[in-house]
Ligand binder design. Structure first.
Ligand code: AMP
Length: 469
């Protein structure tokens, strides 16, 4: 199948060709014909699947073939959670719509109002907005939504997670009742079901199948750390072996800042991205990353969500997210557009409940990786509860070492370079046992976990493909 199979205007097909795309991704194959036919959609697809084009192309087609919009009154509204996503969607829209006569613009928080008022003062066919800033403009009466024919809720789950539920409801309340609505979400729960029931009419559900084409292999691993200093040394170790640019997630703006500065002091070229930065500074950082002027970007979740860097080699969580869904979004920043990717979490004993929540949510047990010379001393860390040393491969010397350690009271081989393959629940209730950290023999250098398709870590509903209702 090619894009020519869709009922798209030649000007849009030229725009797609300018982008260099010939084959639609699965979400595009399913969603575009239904959206062009005017159906409401619930599309379960996360960033990296080509979802942006899945809603932009039908939106641009509608604008292409029908009357132009009036001033301040867009005909298509795309609501998206972050500024970066909004800017990215606009950039894609400008490429697809390059040969079409469609006026597009974005209004996002953190930018001055002047240019946005100018934008809204003119004809605008397609408006991309973050909810907070759009509410501001509605209150200033600088925008009208009573001519919206097509509403797109992009990353709807994320908008709810970010507390935009009331803003979204207010905005949708200003749109005409008779309209087409497309909801895109990576995850699904009762809140989304309720929202969909309120906002969509007779929707078709489109879910992405777990195919080679749209599920890049993302290798995941957990590295256990005793304390912050150990975490930092493990971070340096994984960054040194990244083989490309890395994105490191930390929990707070302050930690992002401190970590980026520390890495810079240590001689790495590191940038930072968080919600306290002005939009221009964020854009500069992202441009520097795209131009490969920085090797490591340290970011918070909010800032990390909208990044589109095609060849990011590694994602590192130095702190785990509090919302398990965010883990899926974070690791989705690597392995984009079919490339192989690697995601690493450096986990301390305090992060144990967060790791358990992530494993429960993703229905998987992420493999534990131990690095020679950087082994954790808390060998009975609950996160190591499944550690299964590859005994049959051990050298006699290592056997002796292990026996010695058992005599010291250890019940698991966690200090040896090993990785866990998941399994039973044994050891869960045992108290941590401390042993001195010892460098391991050289032949047991770090073992990388086997590649795991991202879809294996998605909620079950994302694994099924049900284009029909
Ligand atoms: P998205 O899920 O919209 O964030 O898209 C992820 C990446 O895939 C972006 O870099 C897109 O430009 C790219 N992309 C979108 N559609 C296609 C396609 N049909 N073929 C190849 N890459 C695509």
């Amino acid at each position: 199948m090619t894009f020519e199979n869709f009922a798209l205007s030649p000007v849009l097909l030229r725009g797609v060709a300018d982008h260099g795309y010939t084959i639609p991704t699965p979400i595009q194959q399913d969603a575009i014909p239904l959206a062009l036919a005017g159906r409401d959609l619930i599309a379960s697809a996360q960033t990296g699947t080509g979802k942006t084009a899945a809603f932009l192309l039908p939106a641009l087609e509608r604008l292409q073939v029908q009357k132009p919009a009036r001033r301040s009154a867009p005909r298509v509204l795309v609501l998206t959670p972050t500024r970066e996503l909004a800017i990215q969607i606009l950039a894609e829209g400008k490429i697809y719509g390059r040969h079409a006569r469609v006026a597009q613009g974005a209004i996002v928080g953190g930018m001055s109002y002047g240019p946005q008022l100018n934008l809204l003062g003119q004809r605008i066919d397609l408006l991309i907005a973050t909810p907070g800033r759009l509410i501001d403009h509605l209150e200033r009466q600088s925008v009208r939504l009573d001519e919206v024919e097509l509403l797109v809720l992009d990353e709807a789950d994320r908008m709810l997670d970010m507390g935009f539920i009331h803003a979204v409801k207010r905005i949708v309340g200003k749109c005409p009742k008779v309209r087409q609505t497309l909801m895109f979400t990576a995850t699904w729960d009762d809140r989304l079901a309720k929202l969909a029931k309120e906002m969509l009419v007779d929707p078709v559900r489109v879910q992405v199948a777990a195919t080679e084409q749209n599920t890049p292999a993302i290798t995941q691993g957990v590295y256990l750390a005793d304390d912050n200093d150990h975490k930092h040394r493990l971070l340096r170790h994984v960054l040194a072996g990244a083989g490309g640019q890395s994105l490191v997630f930390a929990g707070t703006k302050r930690k992002v800042k401190r970590l980026a500065e520390r890495l810079e002091r240590e001689g790495l070229s590191a940038g930072q991205l968080h919600g306290d930065m002005a939009q221009n500074a964020r854009n500069r950082t992202l441009d520097a990353l795209r131009r490969k002027e920085i090797d490591v970007l340290v970011a918070t979740d909010v800032a990390g969500r909208g990044i589109d860097v095609p060849d990011l080699a590694l994602v590192v969580n130095v702190e785990l997210p509090h919302v398990p869904e965010d883990y899926v979004h974070r690791i989705g920043r690597t392995g984009r557009a079919g490339a192989a990717g690697r995601a690493v979490s450096i986990v301390s004993i305090d992060d144990r409940p967060l790791l358990a929540a992530i494993e429960k949510f993703t229905k998987t047990e992420i493999e534990r990786v131990v690095v020679s010379g950087l082994e954790p001393t808390v060998v009975d860390h609950p996160a190591m509860r499944h550690a299964a040393p590859a005994r049959q491969n051990r050298q006699p010397q290592q056997k002796r070492q292990q026996q010695g350690r058992h005599q010291q009271g250890r019940s698991h081989g966690g200090g040896q370079p090993s990785r866990s393959h998941g399994g039973g629940q044994q050891g869960r209730s045992q108290a941590p046992v401390q042993t001195p950290r010892q460098p391991a023999p050289a032949q047991h250098a770090e073992r990388a976990p086997a590649p795991v398709a991202l879809d294996e870590h998605r909620p079950a509903f994302l694994m099924r493909k049900t284009a029909a209702r």
